[in-house]
Design a protein around this ligand. Structure first.
Ligand SMILES: Cc1cc2nc3c(=O)[nH]c(=O)nc-3n(C[C@H](O)[C@H](O)[C@H](O)COP(=O)(O)OP(=O)(O)OC[C@H]3O[C@@H](n4cnc5c(N)ncnc54)[C@H](O)[C@@H]3O)c2cc1C
Length: 382
């Protein structure tokens, strides 16, 4: 067996490159595109915690945001943090991971499409067969092999369409809209620091007229004066997956990232859970590669350490299904009540950007906070 082929990673997106650069040599990444990072799909919003866990160079952090304004026809909630989130140069992030991989001796094969993979780790390409010791399936949201190999069954998918606009931008914070334009998920506006560019986007299960709805959203923002004289720079987007997380290991194949629906179910953000899972997985596989432990021990250790994260994602998935019911009726009641109580900028203050459920549980042990939450909700129902 070729030394490069002990671990083969299918997909050179964020998950595949991240785990490969954590492992270094003895890893081969197979990526079907000629260039890393394309087609673009992600908005690149992450928490400062995730940016630090990834040790992202400063120049890739393009913007920090202290507030997210969540709008609905019933009011506004202001989610604050110091900072709440950062926007990273998403193409730059993948290029940085790519170079890190190369420096660590990872064998990256671009323009190489995997045609099939079996649970015992046999991979077929157009012109050859690969037989390594194990496979990491990081094929992204297409989930062709993950469905075939039984990693996932159900899913909660939305089509996310974004457009970068050149415009005079009159706001500084992220804005999210729970409006009829995308009532099953949400739409968003992410301003750039230079006040001359902005990303607006819209996600929905109902893909009919998505472009028209995005243009309408642009017009509404123009009319409100939030953006002025906007012109289109580029469209991008893809499938936003809101869970549930699937199986993580089948035979000799480990699923990672969108391939196994490893995302935050409220927003579909994948970079945080992928980073957390990769940080747990990499040291186990390293020990396996060094011959310190057997494959099954490495896998069992990984599964037991990653289990709390996966459990939280599953519970948050259930919670997200509840809050999205009837076009976010529950959240809209909070918004209305919080506005009446003058608490629009307080009610979300303790929710963590990544760990929505864990921070909610913390709130529920504080009697004053429970009081505020219930008061807002019931006042909102009136
Ligand atoms: C519109 C939108 C906005 C988003 N915004 C955010 C955000 O702000 N913050 C956040 O955290 N997350 C966001 N996400 C989610 C985030 O982008 C994903 O969770 C993350 O990119 C998943 O990385 P991945 O490597 O698993 O998949 P991908 O990045 O999709 O990579 C998969 C790779 O596998 C390759 N591949 C697939 N099949 C094969 C094959 N057969 N052979 C070889 N190669 C193959 C593909 O070409 C691709 O390069 C967003 C997603 C969308 C769609």
């Amino acid at each position: 067996m070729n030394k490069d082929q002990r671990i083969t990673v299918i997909g050179g997106g964020f998950s595949g490159l991240l785990i490969a650069c954590m492992l270094g040599e003895e890893v081969t990444v197979l990526e079907e595109h000629k260039k890393i990072g394309y087609p673009e799909h992600c908005a690149g919003l992450i928490s400062i915690k995730t940016a630090r866990l990834l040790s992202i160079p400063r120049n890739l952090v393009e913007e920090t945001y202290d507030e997210m304004w969540i709008h609905s026809r019933d009011g506004v909630l202001i989610w604050k943090g110091k900072p709440l989130a950062v926007r990273v140069d998403r193409l730059g992030l993948e290029e940085w991971l790519f170079h890190k991989c190369i420096n660590k001796g990872v064998n990256i094969q671009l323009n190489t499409r995997v045609q099939s993979v079996t649970t015992d780790g046999k991979i077929s390409l157009k012109d050859r067969l690969l037989e390594g010791e194990l496979v990491i399936l990081a094929e992204g949201s297409r989930r062709y092999f993950s469905r075939k190999l039984g990693f996932i069954r159900g899913s909660d998918d939305y089509l996310g369409l974004q457009v970068e606009l050149k415009a005079k931008v009159n706001i500084r914070n992220i804005e999210v809209y729970l409006t009829p334009l995308s009532s099953d998920l949400f739409s968003w506006l992410i301003p750039f620091k230079d006040e001359k560019r902005v990303i607006i986007g819209l996600a929905s299960k109902y893909t009919r007229n998505l472009f028209d709805r995005l243009r309408l959203f642009q017009k509404i923002l123009e009319r409100s004066g939030k953006i002025v004289n906007s012109t289109i720079v580029k469209y991008f987007g893809g499938t936003i997956i809101c869970g549930p997380v699937g199986r993580l290991v089948v035979g000799r194949v480990i699923g990672l990232g969108d391939a196994v629906q490893m995302t935050k179910p409220v927003s579909g953000g994948g970079l945080y859970p992928i980073t957390m899972a990769s940080r747990i997985l990499a040291p186990k596989l390293r020990r396996f590669l060094n011959g310190e432990i057997e494959w099954d021990i490495a896998v069992n250790e990984y599964l037991s350490e990653v289990e709390p994260l996966i459990r939280r994602l599953h519970l948050t998935y259930t919670l997200s299904r509840i809050i999205r019911r009837r076009n976010y009726q529950l959240i809209r009641s909070f918004m209305k009540g919080a506005w009446r109580l003058g608490m629009s900028n307080k009610i979300l203050s303790e929710i963590d950007y990544d760990e929505h459920l864990a921070s909610l549980t913390k709130i529920f042990i504080k009697p004053r906070k429970i009081g505020e939450m219930f008061a807002s909700y019931f006042l909102g129902l009136l």
